[in-house]
Design a protein around this ligand. Structure first.
Ligand code: CA
Length: 223
């Protein structure tokens, strides 16, 4: 999962980024609304964490512009503005959730998970397909109740595939979600990670099917 942080205070942004990267997210930082708009236009993110106090256009304006373009990207506002009026203004501008300082990483992470679930129409924090289970809270995977060791990249790919299931996930979307780790990640690199994942899943009842020219989807072996 890929996160865009929109924050002009570098210390705050880098601290948040570090915490989220340790949780396995890929993270990009934009230090202004203008920069964030160009990121969103060019790249694919799963959620944006938006500060309100930004130079020039503020966070409210950024969110309004986003929604005016029909952009459905989930937005969590993180701000020092703690009045009820500001919260109402943020949500009415199109934010999905609003947190005021002091905020702590475990709560931010839980809200991120909840917003990403909602945007993918997933009800449960455990993603399942047959005997494969990814618990997004503890970031642990099991296959037929046995622990399944996954690298960060493998986790990211499998999480996207399970959230989208039964839909196909485009290879470009997978490339984008890994882009924060490897600046020059290619579709071929995604194929390598998928191939390793297939090896790890071989003992179970879940396969990653290639849909030629489009991408991948999780499936049962016999289908
Ligand atoms: Ca600020």
């Amino acid at each position: 999962m890929r996160i865009l942080i929109v924050e002009d205070e570098q210390l705050v942004a880098q601290g948040l980024k570090q915490g989220l990267v340790q949780l396995g997210y890929t993270v990009d930082v934009a230090s202004s609304a203008e920069e964030a708009e160009s990121f969103v236009a060019a790249e694919r993110f799963d959620i944006a964490l938006v500060d309100i106090g930004l130079p020039r256009a503020d966070g409210f304006q950024f969110i309004r512009n986003l929604r005016a373009k029909g952009e459905v990207l989930p937005v969590l506002v993180l701000t020092a503005l703690d009045s009820m009026e500001d919260t109402v203004r943020g949500l009415d501008a199109g934010a999905d959730d609003y947190m005021t300082k002091p905020y702590r990483l475990p709560e931010i992470a839980a809200r991120i998970r909840a917003l990403i679930r909602r945007s993918n129409a997933v009800a449960d924090a455990s993603l399942r397909h047959n005997k494969l289970c990814l618990d997004t809270r503890s970031r642990t995977a099991t296959l037929d109740n046995q622990p399944l060791e996954l690298t960060n990249r493998e986790w990211a790919i499998l999480e996207l595939l399970l959230m989208a299931s039964p839909a196909v996930v485009g290879k470009d979307k997978l490339v984008q979600s890994l882009a924060g780790w490897d600046k020059d990640i290619t579709p071929n690199a995604v194929e390598v990670h998928v191939s390793r994942l297939r090896g790890k899943l071989a003992a179970g009842d879940v396969i990653i099917r290639t849909i030629r020219g489009i991408g991948y989807r999780v499936d049962a072996p016999e289908n």
